[in-house]
Design a protein around this ligand. Structure first.
Ligand code: BV8
Length: 232
C-alpha cells in the first residue's frame, strides 16, 4: 500500500496550451499580479479581474487534458494505495483526465464566490461585477480563486496527507509561491521519497532527492509506468 501526494502547477497544463505564469510570454507578462490576482486589485477594478478570469475560463474550456494528466489518473486507478493530486491550477484538466482525488488549493475557475456572504455556486461561463449573489442578492460575485495574501484551501488536509506520504512528487511548478513551495521540504522531513518532474530545476529543487527533467507529457507517463510496474 503506497500513499502518493502529487503537487501540480501550471507546467502540467502547458502542453494543453494553457499559459504558465512566469514564462516570458506567460500570464504575468501580460497582467500585473497586483491587478488581477489580489483582493486589492479586485476592489480597485473588479471588471478587469472578471475579464481576466473569463479569458482563463474560456481557454481552459477549449483545452484538453494531456498525457500527463491522463497518466496521473491511471496511477490513481491502478496503484494499490492512495494517490492525491494537490493542484495549484484553477483549470479542470485533472478532472477531465480522469483523476478523482483532487484538491484545488488555489480554487477553481468552475466556482463563483460571494465576497459579501461567502456563498459558493457553480460559475457561469462569463461573470461580471454586476452579477448578483444567488443567496444574498448583492452584486459581490468574485471567482472562487485564492489570491495572493489569501489562505489556500484545505491546508490541514494537505499537511495530513504529506505527513502520511511515501512519495511526494511536484510536477510543473516553479517553487515561487508559498505555502505550496514548502511542501517538498515538509514531505522529506516526514520521510517521503521526493521527486521533481519539471522542464528545468525549480527554486526548491534541493528539497527533492530525485529529479526528472523534460516535458511533462514525456516524463510523467514514464514515471507512472515505473510506479505501476514496481508497485510504488
Ligand atoms: C498565503 C491563483 C497566508 C490565481 C495563485 C513565505 C515566503 C515568501 C512569500 C510568502 C510566504 N507565505 C506567503 C507568501 C506570500 C505569497 C507568495 O508566496 N508570494 C511569492 C510570489 C513570493 N503567498 C500567498 O499569498 C499565498 N497565501 O500564504 O496566505 C495567509 C496566512 C494567514 C491568513 C491569510 C493568508 C497564496 C498564494 C496563491 C496565489 N494564487 N494563483 C490564478 O491562478 O490566477 S498563485 C499562481 O502562481 C498559481 O496558482 C500557481 O499556484 C502559482 C505558482 O505558479 P506555477 O504553477 O509554479 O507556475 P509558474 O509559471 O511559476 O511555473 C511553471 C513551471 O512549469 C516552471 O517550473 C516551468 O519550468 C514548468 N514547465 C513549463 N512547461 C512545462 C513545465 N514542466 C513540465 N512540462 C512542461 N511542458
Amino acid at each position: 500500500m503506497t500513499n502518493i501526494v502529487i503537487l501540480t502547477g501550471a507546467g502540467i497544463s502547458a502542453e494543453s496550451g494553457l499559459g504558465t505564469f512566469r514564462a516570458e510570454d506567460g500570464l504575468w507578462a501580460e497582467h500585473r499580479v497586483e491587478d488581477v490576482a489580489t483582493p486589492e486589485g479586485f476592489v480597485k477594478d473588479p471588471a478587469l479581474v472578471h475579464r481576466f478570469y473569463n479569458m482563463r475560463r474560456s481557454e481552459s474550456t477549449n483545452a484538453s487534458s494531456n498525457a500527463a494528466h491522463d497518466a496521473l489518473a491511471r496511477l490513481e486507478a491502478d496503484l494499490v494505495g492512495d494517490v492525491t493530486v494537490v493542484t495549484q491550477n484553477v483549470d479542470d484538466l485533472h478532472e477531465r483526465g480522469g483523476s478523482q482525488s483532487i484538491i484545488h488549493m488555489h480554487g477553481s475557475l468552475a466556482g463563483s464566490l460571494c465576497a459579501a456572504c461567502e456563498h459558493r455556486w457553480p460559475s457561469p461561463f462569463e461573470t461580471a461585477p454586476s452579477d448578483d449573489c444567488p443567496s444574498c442578492g448583492r452584486p459581490q460575485t468574485r471567482p472562487d480563486i485564492v489570491w495572493f495574501g489569501e489562505m489556500p484551501y484545505q491546508m490541514d488536509r494537505i499537511f495530513g496527507l504529506i505527513q502520511e506520504a511515501d512519495i511526494f512528487a511536484a510536477i510543473g511548478t516553479s517553487g515561487n509561491v508559498y505555502p505550496a513551495a514548502g511542501f517538498a521540504h515538509e514531505a522529506r522531513r516526514s520521510g517521503a521519497h521526493t521527486v521533481e518532474l519539471n522542464l528545468e530545476p525549480s527554486l526548491v529543487v534541493n528539497d527533492f532527492v530525485e529529479t526528472r527533467f523534460g516535458p511533462a507529457t514525456e516524463t510523467v507517463p514514464i514515471w507512472v509506468n515505473e510506479l505501476l510496474r514496481t508497485g510504488g
